[in-house]
Ligand binder design. Structure first.
Ligand code: NAG
Length: 491
């Protein structure tokens, strides 16, 4: 332990003396890129200010099969499907990033808000197109995945899928409520009319989610599973949605709801992941703020739960149980592991912020963990992603001198419609998936699935588990990067 500490201090000293040798991370550059990535995922009619210029309009008649307007929104990852559950979670996390760290984003704040709005505009349409209905998906993923096509070319069916009172989906509906409520806070001052529209839609969708209970995996089965099956059920989203509605509206109805249903977020059932599927720890951290900053009675419980979660991540504490790779990366699973790393890093810096505001610490049995330790742990994860890892590779496309070149992403791997305007059909596209050549279009800012539990990564387009980006990998990273970009001296 002591030898390690000396080594650590020596490396800090080295960093101070020779910053260039330590290959200093440029968080502001990474922040800018992490937001730009969302422009590459846009569906619909692109605005004149579009900066990811190899993309063009796509999905312009989405919704028409049901006579509704579902144009816009985000493709989730490397394909051309609009999946409601991860899109809503992405929007919630982008909004949370802006709410906590928007002040540290400087010139990037407007770009970050535009990224939130691209999601919230779409979710607002999906939630208000028809009464007692929420549109939750455009395109059949089985058909979409049998082609390798640019979004601008796609000619597979754009079926729409919805949940209703007869075919409920409390998980996707409550996450949509969370996204709309969080977004309403982002626009509260800059666009009050839009903000109140979002809040009212959020309240209605939440009521719908709570009243007609069920999982969308049961209602829509083969078109949402196994892609974005709701494995964790819908109780986590109901509490998460209520927590966001409470924060956005200050309406006591939601606090009573949380207090009478909070047992569904019990301390014993943590599995220490936070993702598009499982919102439990996100809700607990969010509710802790109510206790730490505003001393809301009845929320002490969530501070205790959040502490347990933090202790599980910190090596050396009595309840430590997380897994790290030999190179120090938080490791959860082989497919798209970095989604857990970015989400965890966001929660660490956010909880550190809440703790700092009242000088609180984390209790792990008899030991005390400070907000600075949380920040150091998050910094290690962020730095790893940006290239301070055994391979020396940045897992953010376009950041640093070495990054993956064969990203599993249709639009990025096929020639741009601007250089190759002719239609490339479903099957003709596969030559671009299987070639060893680098992608012709740089999906700047995309954070990929990332390395395995031994820090190994294969830059191979077929390797979707490691080489595919996703909007929900980037969304919480935006907040974590803003935190470090705004605090360049944090060590
Ligand atoms: C609080 O929320 C409930 C449930 O959505 C609603 O019926 C009530 O009108 C709201 N109260 C205020 C003051 O907005």
């Amino acid at each position: 332990m002591e030898a390690k500490l000396i080594l650590y201090l020596a490396s800090c000293l080295l960093f101070l003396l020779h910053p260039s040798m330590a290959n200093a991370i440029n968080y502001a550059d990474a922040l800018e890129k992490s937001i730009l990535f969302f422009e590459g995922q846009r569906s619909g009619k692109l605005p004149s200010g579009q900066r990811m210029t190899w993309r063009d309009n796509s999905g312009l008649s989405d919704g028409s099969t049901d006579n509704v307007d579902l144009v816009g929104g985000y493709y989730d990852a490397g394909d051309n499907v609009k999946f409601g559950l991860p899109m809503a979670f992405t929007t919630t996390m982008l909004a949370w990033s802006v709410l906590e760290f928007g002040r540290l984003m400087r010139g990037e704040l407007n770009n970050a808000k535009a990224a939130v709005r691209w999601g919230s505009d779409y979710l607002l349409k999906a939630a208000t197109a028809a009464p007692n209905t929420l549109y939750v998906q455009v395109a059949d993923p089985n058909q979409d995945h049998s082609c390798w096509e640019r979004p601008e070319d796609m000619d597979t069916s754009r079926n729409v899928y919805k949940i209703t009172s007869q075919n409920p989906g409390s998980d996707v509906a409550a996450e949509t409520a969370a996204a709309l409520a969080a977004s309403s806070l982002v626009f509260k001052h800059s666009d009050p009319a839009y903000s109140s529209k979002l809040l009212h839609a959020a309240m209605r969708v939440f009521e719908f989610a709570d009243r007609y209970r069920g999982s969308y995996s049961d209602s829509l089965s083969s078109v949402v599973c196994p892609f974005y099956c709701s494995y964790s059920g819908y109780h986590d989203e109901l509490l998460w949605g209520a927590s966001w509605l409470h924060r956005a509206s200050n309406n006591v109805t939601y606090m009573s709801y949380i207090q009478s249903n909070g047992n569904l977020l019990g301390a014993g059932d943590d599995d220490y992941s936070f993702s598009w599927d499982d919102k439990r720890i996100g809700a607990k951290i969010l509710l802790s703020k109510g206790f730490l900053k505003n001393k809301v009675q009845g929320l002490q419980l969530y501070k205790a739960h959040s502490d347990n979660y933090i202790c599980s991540l910190v090596p050396g504490t009595n309840s430590f149980q997380a897994q790290y790779t030999p190179g120090g990366l938080f490791y959860k699973q082989s497919a798209s592991n970095l989604q857990y790393v970015t989400a965890t890093s966001f929660l660490l810096v956010t909880y550190a912020k809440y703790l700092r505001s009242t000088g609180a610490t984390v209790s792990c049995g008899s030991s005390v963990v400070t907000s600075n330790s949380l920040i150091s742990l998050a910094k290690k994860q962020v730095d790893y992603i940006l290239g301070q890892n055994p391979s020396g590779v940045s897992y953010m496309v376009g950041y640093g001198s070495q990054y993956p070149l064969r990203v599993h992403h249709r639009g990025s791997s096929l020639p741009s419609v601007h250089t190759h305007p002719g239609h490339i059909s479903c099957n003709d596209g596969f030559q671009y998936l299987h070639t060893n050549s680098p992608n012709p279009n740089l999906l700047v800012g995309a954070v990929l699935g990332g390395p395995d539990n031994k820090d190994s990564f294969s830059d191979n387009r077929d390797n979707y588990q490691q080489a595919e980006p996703a909007t929900y990998i980037n969304a919480p990273f935006v907040g974590a990067l803003a935190f470090f970009a705004g605090k360049p001296t944090t060590g």
